[in-house]
Write a protein that binds this ligand. Structure first.
Ligand SMILES: Cc1cc2nc3c(=O)[nH]c(=O)nc-3n(C[C@H](O)[C@H](O)[C@H](O)COP(=O)(O)OP(=O)(O)OC[C@H]3O[C@@H](n4cnc5c(N)ncnc54)[C@H](O)[C@@H]3O)c2cc1C
Length: 479
């Protein structure tokens, strides 16, 4: 997600029981007993949801096993420690809102520090490059504020259920004169692509309108702002969680291919370096991203078909980050902070290395929607020369002279092409209320976790952590 005006996502999918769930998630969960002695629980996927779940289970004395297909942990969080010497940049999940209490509590419990972005003094101002011109906050007080006020009114008058039947593009078309071609319309569409990862036509208006209305309150209270990052990178949290779980319980390079349950037992067929193996256990927690779950044969898992179909139909953003290293923040000489939104290939930008004492700096450029899906280059690896040249000429328009300090080695992270993610984070398409399955409850011996399985904070690391800890509580209550 990008630092932008859309802040919180209290979505309309809170399934029955969602409120209760949210309440228990924010209370401090005590360490429950492991239940039946020797109970074994499998966790599939070692992103934040899987790790947060396994940490709770391990602390409760459960014999927990985590299976991760990649050769690294962290999933859609990925810290690059090489791009900028002595620095770190985030290629996936990055910002933590001030109200993301489960993430903040988990970092504190794991003794991992947070970087407070509000405490940083970043020189320069934010600038937007839209409809061919550089804009210096020209929409902030007028059109942006009117749009937020209209959202608050429509939310009251129309309601989330009816708004959910509309696309964000339809609602924006009613609210913005000159949609979709005016400069303000193009700016707003670029914000939607960066924040939600999908084009406005593919997003439920309920999400956008709820968030915009929330912006009014958040601006007053300061809540919801993307205020923190994990100091040193999310990799620190991931490593601390692995230590807490016990590295012997976490297996990398282990791709779960089939899950079955019968006679009070789950069985996992796993492809790993040593060949195919079968693992049995009492319960399983599945944390795979929605599109990736389709690769696992779940026909005899006990999970109803319509639930599996519902998971497969959850829309995923196509956010991609292109991160470019520089010898120094040359844009600051031209008065630019590095922050901005654009309807061009640079999308939303910010200084990836803000507040770090590193040998150099980096700019992150985040795009979503069709732009994110089409970005040139590999899923994770070197950006193409043409895409670097194009972006350098664009940042030079925002702040002349920026490209003078560019270093080689820009990288691209196109999450929609990553076979083990197949998207950046979940997003609600119009009418999603009817199709998003209830994943906050178990189906037989199978529990779901993952950002898409949290009714209040889907899309965020917060949702991943909450869902993992919720699944752990449910497992412990049933062993
Ligand atoms: C570009 C980008 C920017 C983002 N920005 C932010 C942000 O600023 N703030 C924020 O809060 N969130 C952000 N997010 C979202 C956040 O990163 C995710 O919501 C969160 O990390 C998801 O965690 P998860 O555990 O649910 O899933 P994942 O991290 O995807 O974990 C699932 C794991 O399952 C593994 N796996 C897949 N298939 C198998 C299999 N068959 N067997 C075994 N393992 C398997 C995967 O390799 C993966 O490790 C961003 C994401 C992206 C991509």
């Amino acid at each position: 997600m990008s630092p932008g005006p859309s802040l919180t996502r209290r979505q309309a999918i809170a399934a029955a029981g969602g409120a209760l769930l949210a309440a228990t998630a924010t209370s401090v969960p005590g360490i429950a007993m492991a239940g039946r002695k020797g109970a074994r629980v499998h966790v599939v996927g070692a992103g934040l949801a899987g790790l947060a779940c396994a940490e709770r289970l391990a602390a409760a004395g459960v014999d927990v096993r985590v299976w991760e297909a990649r050769d690294r942990l962290g999933g859609r969080t990925l810290t690059d420690l090489q791009l900028v010497p002595d620095g770190w940049v985030e290629c996936g999940g990055e910002f933590i809102d001030s109200e993301h209490s489960a993430m903040r509590r988990l970092c504190a419990a794991m003794r991992v520090g947070l970087q407070d972005l509000e405490a940083l003094d970043i020189p320069g101002q934010s600038r937007d490059l839209v409809a061919g011109r550089v804009r210096r906050g020209e929409w902030a007080s007028g059109p942006d504020a009117r749009l937020a006020a209209r959202a608050a009114r429509d939310l009251r008058a129309i309601g989330e259920t009816r708004l959910d039947r509309l696309s964000a593009a339809t609602w924006l078309g009613r609210a913005i004169s000159g949609w979709p071609t005016s400069a303000f319309a193009r700016y707003r569409a670029a914000l939607v692509r960066g924040e939600y990862g999908v084009d406005p036509a593919a997003l439920s208006a309920a999400w956008l309108v709820t968030d915009l209305a929330e912006d009014v309150r958040a601006a007053e209270t300061g809540e919801g702002t993307e205020r923190y990052r994990v100091d040193g990178g999310t990799i620190r949290l991931v490593s601390a969680l692995e230590r807490a779980i016990g590295s012997g319980r976490v297996t990398r390079g282990a791709q779960v291919a089939t899950i079955t349950s019968a006679d009070g037992e789950v069985r996992l067929a796993i492809s790993a370096a040593g060949g195919r193996r079968i693992e049995a256990g009492d319960r399983v927690v599945i944390t795979l991203p929605p599109r990736v779950l389709a690769n696992v044969d779940m026909r005899r898992s006990g999970v109803p078909r319509d639930v599996l179909r519902g998971i497969a139909s959850i829309a995923m953003g196509t956010n991609a980050k292109l991160i470019m290293p520089f010898a120094q923040a040359s844009w600051e000489h031209a008065g630019w902070s590095g922050d901005g939104t654009s309807d061009t290939a640079i999308g939303s930008t910010w200084q990836a290395t803000m507040g770090q004492r590193a040998d150099g700096v980096a700019l992150t450029m985040l795009v979503g929607g069709a732009q994110g899906a089409r970005i040139a280059g590999p899923d994770h690896g070197p950006a193409t020369a043409a895409s670097v040249t194009e972006r350098l000429s664009l940042v030079d328009r925002v702040a002349p002279g920026t490209s003078n300090a560019a270093r080689t080695g820009a990288v691209v992270h196109a999450w929609a092409r990553d076979p083990l993610a197949r998207g950046s984070y979940s997003a609600a398409r119009p009418g999603h209320d009817d199709s998003w399955p209830d994943l906050a409850r178990p189906y037989g011996l199978v529990h779901f976790a993952g950002e898409h399985a949290d009714p209040d904070y889907s899309g965020y690391m917060e949702g991943a952590v909450r869902s993992g800890q919720r699944a752990a509580r449910q497992v412990l209550a049933r062993l």
